[in-house]
Write a protein that binds this ligand. Structure first.
Ligand code: NAP
Length: 242
């Protein structure tokens, strides 16, 4: 059995990534925060694709909860390890900094950056022992360009890009690659409420992307074929920003 863990696999980009990795032959562990119904739907879709998986609820920003969930999984699978980790879960709480409450700064940074540490740290050791692994971190155009109204989100996604580059150099000799993916506007719950008609005029491709398009890129980075690509941040944004 080959295992992959996708954080935030219950909806949006994470769900599409779960399905892609299942199609590639992985048993997928679908992490989510609270939406059990949607996580179960992802699992059903994986089963329809002829694969199996499991849901695993934990709040990635909570170190104790995350450690307990991963330890429990590892104890139940003593002969297996997670060879693909997709750090996908994320939230946004947009506001100009002048009006941003401290809790909106903290929650966005905590889920993205503390979440990256909480999940990646325990999963890295078995990858190092097995001398093979793929880590893909979901960044954003916001982390490359910086977007007004998103100081917290830009800081979090910029941080995840820097962490990806640093970790890539720590583990490259162990045949583990670490890359970041930086989507532009992708049609998910996260962009509900945005004015798609006016925003798409700012995108050279004149449309939002789909979760499946992002999942194809993640699938390639997760594949053995991408073994010499590491420490990169790859944009997928319809030409919005390069
Ligand atoms: P989404 O549809 O809002 O889904 C968010 C996912 O993250 C859900 O599965 C949610 O679980 C999970 N999640 C949130 N907080 C969590 C926590 N504390 N612990 C565990 N899971 C948590 O978002 P999306 O648009 O697919 O975005 C996925 C990633 O892509 C994010 O990192 C986002 O920043 C990034 N991104 C998105 C876009 C875009 O345009 N959509 C653009 C650039 C980057 P529940 O279902 O249980 O709530």
């Amino acid at each position: 059995m080959k295992y992959a863990l996708v954080t935030g696999g219950s909806r949006g980009i994470g769900r599409a990534v779960c399905i892609k990795l299942a199609q590639m032959g992985y048993q997928v562990i679908i992490n989510y925060a609270s939406n059990t119904e949607e996580a179960e739907k992802t699992l059903e879709m994986i089963k329809s694709a002829g694969q199996n998986g499991e849901t695993l609820q934990f709040d990635i920003s909570n170190g104790k909860q995350t450690r307990e969930a991963i330890d429990t999984w590892m104890q139940a699978h003593p002969d297996d390890y997670i060879e693909i980790l997709v750090n996908n879960a994320g939230i946004r709480h947009d506001n100009i900094l002048a009006l941003m409450p401290e809790e909106d700064w903290d929650s966005v940074l905590s889920i993205t950056l503390k979440g990256f540490y909480n999940v990646t740290q325990p999963i890295l050791q078995p990858m190092i022992r097995h001398k093979y692994g793929r880590i893909i971190n979901m960044a954003s155009v916001s982390g490359l360009k910086g977007l007004p109204g998103q100081c917290n989100y830009s800081a979090a996604k910029g941080g995840i890009i820097a962490a990806s580059k640093a970790l890539a150099q720590e583990v490259a000799r162990k045949n583990i690659t670490v890359n970041a993916v930086a989507p532009g506007f992708i049609k998910t719950d996260m962009v509900k409420g945005l004015d798609e008609d006016s925003l798409k005029k700012t995108i050279p491709a004149n449309r939002f992307g789909t979760p499946e398009e992002v999942a194809e890129l993640v699938g390639f980075l997760a594949s053995p074929a991408a073994g010499y690509i590491t420490g990169e941040v790859i944009s997928i944004n319809g030409g919005l920003y390069t």
